[in-house]
Design a protein around this ligand. Structure first.
Ligand code: UT7
Length: 326
């Protein structure tokens, strides 16, 4: 059986309970001689706090809990799912995939399970792949998760990056339907920019080779992000034959409130229609969009019939957008 569309039938998310405020982080870094301030972080990024996973809490654990909550919201059992895709850049292992670990924990054996690696665009990539697989008949109901423990790949001596990120997971259940659904999707990458944002480490002959911490040319990423979030939004709306005014909610990747503001301004979308979580979650990479989505669904902002534009951008360099009718 094939379907014309896939629809979101449930959302879920989880944040680790430990909150680290800017003040706490500034004090901790200061005790090690690293100078930063709450004013700098808030003014340059909009971030006020982040959630940090305790040692031993893995991406698969966060992904499993977010997935469970999305399945509960969809009133489905794990056995109803025949596809699990986890977008993550902080997998538990080199292999097996985080998705296979989630499948085991949920008790959803039998269907396909794999990870997608597109860094902060990972959820948008994973969502589009799941939609294509449902429409082609390869799957009927999919769990799509973005899960990260970025705190593990941060260099806590690099003030230019360690203040920016947090941990968490968000998930959606997608089901085949003849009603829309995902209206349009656009995915892009330009590997020529691979060096501006990366964690260039690996395991080789039993040792870590390269640099196992995140490095970033912040200004280069900032400029590219603002430009591609604008262009990919227009491209995706054109594909759906819809004007910008048809967007009820925009959920850009939550990296920096200045990037969100600039994107909204360029697209002439009022800030009141942009979901913003970067202030309280910081940048959770592939988890940021589904975390924000779940928050806006659960607090009643996103309702049946709304058009939601989700946009990702990040390392690779990768970017993409999906336009979804609820
Ligand atoms: O998820 C993937 C997508 N990632 C992003 O989208 C991140 C994009 N980039 C950004 O958000 C911004 O570029 C940053 C927030 C990373 C940096 O903001 P900026 O306005 O571009 O600052 P900058 O890198 O130009 O640095 C300005 C100054 C520098 O000092 P000097 O050279 O002017 O003396 C930095 O050393 O701010 C300094 N600085 C800090 N000062 C206090 C850098 N980090 C800090 C810090 N506290 N934590």
């Amino acid at each position: 059986m094939t379907y014309r569309y896939s629809r979101i039938v449930g959302t879920g998310s989880i944040l680790p309970p430990r909150i680290v405020t800017n003040q706490q982080l500034v004090a901790e870094l200061g005790s090690r001689g690293i100078e930063t301030s709450d004013e700098w972080i808030v003014e340059r990024t909009g971030i006020r706090q982040r959630h940090i996973a305790d040692e031993g809490v893995t991406s698969s654990r966060l992904a499993t809990e977010a997935g469970r909550r999305a399945l509960d919201a969809a009133r489905l059992d794990p056995s109803d799912i025949d596809l699990i895709i986890v977008a993550t850049s902080t997998p538990d292992f080199v292999f097996p995939s985080t998705a296979c670990l989630v499948q085991k924990e949920l008790g959803a054996a039998g269907g396909a399970a794999f990870d997608v690696q597109a860094v902060c665009t990972g959820f948008v990539y994973a969502f589009s792949v799941a939609d294509s697989m449902i429409r082609s008949g390869l799957a009927h109901r999919a769990l799509v998760v973005g899960a990260e423990v970025f705190s593990r790949i941060l260099d806590w001596n690099d003030r230019g990056t360690c203040v920016l990120f947090g941990d968490g997971a968000g998930a959606v259940v997608l089901a085949g339907s003849d009603e829309p659904g995902l209206l349009a999707a656009k995915l892009h990458a330009d590997g020529r920019h691979e060096s501006i944002l990366r964690t260039a480490g690996n395991v080789c002959h039993g040792e870590i080779t390269g640099h196992p911490y995140l490095t970033m040319d912040g200004q280069a990423v900032f400029k590219l992000a603002v430009s591609v979030l604008d262009s990919v939004a227009r491209e995706t709306l054109a594909e759906a034959h819809l004007p910008i005014e048809a967007v009820d909610w925009m959920i850009p990747h939550q990296a920096n409130v200045r990037i969100l503001n600039a994107t909204a301004r360029r697209l002439h979308i009022p800030l009141s229609r942009v979901v913003v979580t970067v202030d309280s979650h910081a940048n959770t990479s592939a988890a940021s969009i589904p975390l924000a989505l779940d928050q806006a669904v659960r607090d009643g902002r996103i309702r049946a019939g709304h058009n939601v534009l989700m946009e990702g951008v990040g390392g690779g360099f990768t970017w993409g957008a999906v336009l979804v009718r609820f």
